[in-house]
Each structure stands twice: as structure tokens, then as C-alpha cells.
Design a binder for this molecule. Structure first.
Ligand SMILES: [Zn+2]
Length: 275
């Protein structure tokens, strides 16, 4: 999975504004994209000395293998030899550590940008001293990073797996049923509700598998395996999904890559059930 970067170490820091030193890396975000140095088909995180006075100060993101890395707001005009790259293209790169640091920076930068002012009194926000949070300079309202828990579930029926095509996802790939946890709901209840809403079936024997932070949508994915229960046929909601069906391990449609917990879970099913 994209977040499994061992043996590299990425320690996220408390938020602080600092002058960036010449050899330190800085991720500059603008309109959902990030500034990258381009080298043929590879992207590299720019260093301060490559950007000169284009960026001087940043927010400390953390240490990547002991080296400080910063996030900052990008400007409209790009320095020569650099370009703004969308998160989808970042995910297309092969270097896991690069992808992960850029993604976590994107998550935190988006949260800070979306909370420049207090939603309660309208005053400006500042970094809280002793934890990763923003604090209102006037009414002391505290805002923690946006993190939306979401379930993702691999439902089996004998030796078949339920896969669905999401209307919003570009391309033709199929994935698992997923959805956000509602206020006042346990994650097991979310599994049952989302499955019923999206494909109209009941599930039993719900087993937790593992979690995965998904910075691109400020989510924490919670993976489950479950079994089909009852005799209802699949009834696709038509809102989020355009098609869903039971698939054999040897006849899967296009599936997500191994970056996501969904991709990993589908491959576990395939290994277990292939002939
Ligand atoms: Zn306030």
C-alpha cells in the first residue's frame, strides 16, 4: 500500500512556520496541485536553493529520513523548469516515499488552507503550540485536521467477490463497496448500511482487516471482509454505482492497483480463490 514506506521513516511534526534552509525540500501547493521539478517522466520535490526567492518560508511538515520537509502556498507564476502537477499524476509515480510525503503534505496543506479563519467568530487561526491543531486567535476555538473515517468492504458469496463500478471514478475499473461513517454510527453499522444502500443486499460475519490513511480525500479507510447473507439479488443504487456483480477470482475486471487497501484486499481474495 502507498503508506507502507518502510524502511524509510516519515515523522510528522507539530505545525510551525520556519525559514527554509537551502538544501531542505519544500512542497508548494496551489489549486489542488503541487510544484515539482520535472526530469523526463520523473517528478522530484524541489529544494529551497533551486527555487531561490520564489519561496522563503514554509510550514514544517516533518522529517523524511531525518531531513526536514516543508509545505508552502505556491504562487501563480511558476519558476522555470518546474510545473504544477495534479495528485492523480503524483499517484502514477513509482517512488512510494515520494508519493506518500507529497500526499500527506497535500492533506495537511488543504486543511490549513480551508481553515484560515475561525468558523465560530471569523478571527484568524494560528498553530496550536503543543498539538497538531489550529486555534482561533480570539475565541480559542480549536480545529483538528479533517479526517473522515470511511469503510471499505470485500463481500464474498462462496468463491465469488462483489465488485462495483463507481460513476464518479474515471476509467473502467471496478472496486469494493465503500462509504463514509455517519455521526452516531458504529463502523459495523456503516458496513451494513452502505452495502444495503448501494447494492441492496445484507451481509454477515463482518471481520475487520486493516486501516489505511487516504490523504487525497482526507479519509481514513477501514477495510472489512464480509459474507453475503440472505437471498436478495444485487440492486445497484444508480446514484453512486453504475454496475455491480459477483466475480470469479480467475475472471476479475480491471481492479485498483496495490497502492490502496481495496487493491490489496481484492488480491487477497484472488490468491485464496484462484484455481
Ligand atoms: Zn474564533
Amino acid at each position: 500500500m502507498i503508506n507502507e514506506i518502510a524502511p524509510n521513516i516519515f515523522n510528522i511534526s507539530l505545525l510551525s512556520r520556519e525559514a527554509i534552509k537551502s538544501e531542505e525540500q519544500v512542497l508548494c501547493y496551489k489549486n489542488g496541485k503541487v510544484l515539482m521539478k520535472t526530469l523526463e517522466d520523473k517528478f522530484l520535490i524541489p529544494k529551497k536553493n533551486e527555487l531561490g526567492e520564489w519561496v522563503t518560508e514554509g510550514i514544517l511538515l516533518g522529517e523524511v529520513d531525518g531531513e526536514k520537509c516543508f509545505i508552502a502556498e505556491g504562487k501563480d507564476k511558476m519558476p522555470q523548469g518546474f510545473e504544477y502537477v495534479g495528485m492523480r499524476d503524483i499517484r502514477g509515480q513509482s517512488d512510494k516515499l515520494f508519493k506518500w510525503v507529497t500526499a500527506v503534505g497535500f492533506h495537511l496543506f488543504s486543511w490549513i488552507s480551508d481553515n484560515k479563519f475561525c468558523g465560530r467568530c471569523g478571527s484568524s487561526m494560528e498553530f496550536k503550540e503543543n498539538e497538531r491543531a489550529l486555534k482561533c486567535t480570539s475565541c480559542k476555538n480549536i480545529i483538528f485536521p479533517k479526517l473522515s473515517p470511511a469503510i471499505i468492504v470485500a463481500i464474498t458469496k462462496g468463491d465469488k467477490l462483489l465488485l462495483a463500478k463507481n460513476k464518479l471514478h474515471p476509467g473502467s475499473f471496478y472496486s469494493l463497496i465503500a462509504g463514509y461513517v455517519e455521526a452516531g454510527e458504529t463502523i459495523e453499522e456503516t458496513v451494513k448500511r452502505e452495502v444495503m444502500e448501494e447494492v441492496g443486499i445484507n451481509v454477515k460475519n463482518i471481520r475487520y482487516y486493516k486501516s489505511q490513511p487516504w490523504p487525497f480525500s482526507s479519509s481514513l479507510m477501514l477495510g472489512f471482509f464480509a459474507e453475503y447473507d440472505g437471498d436478495k439479488p444485487i440492486k445497484v443504487d444508480g446514484i453512486e454505482l453504475s454496475h455491480a456483480d459477483w466475480f470469479d477470482a480467475d475472471n476479475l475486471p480491471e481492479i485498483p492497483n496495490k497502492d490502496s487497501v481495496a487493491g490489496e484486499m481484492i488480491r487477497i481474495f484472488r490468491e485464496k480463490n484462484k484455481i
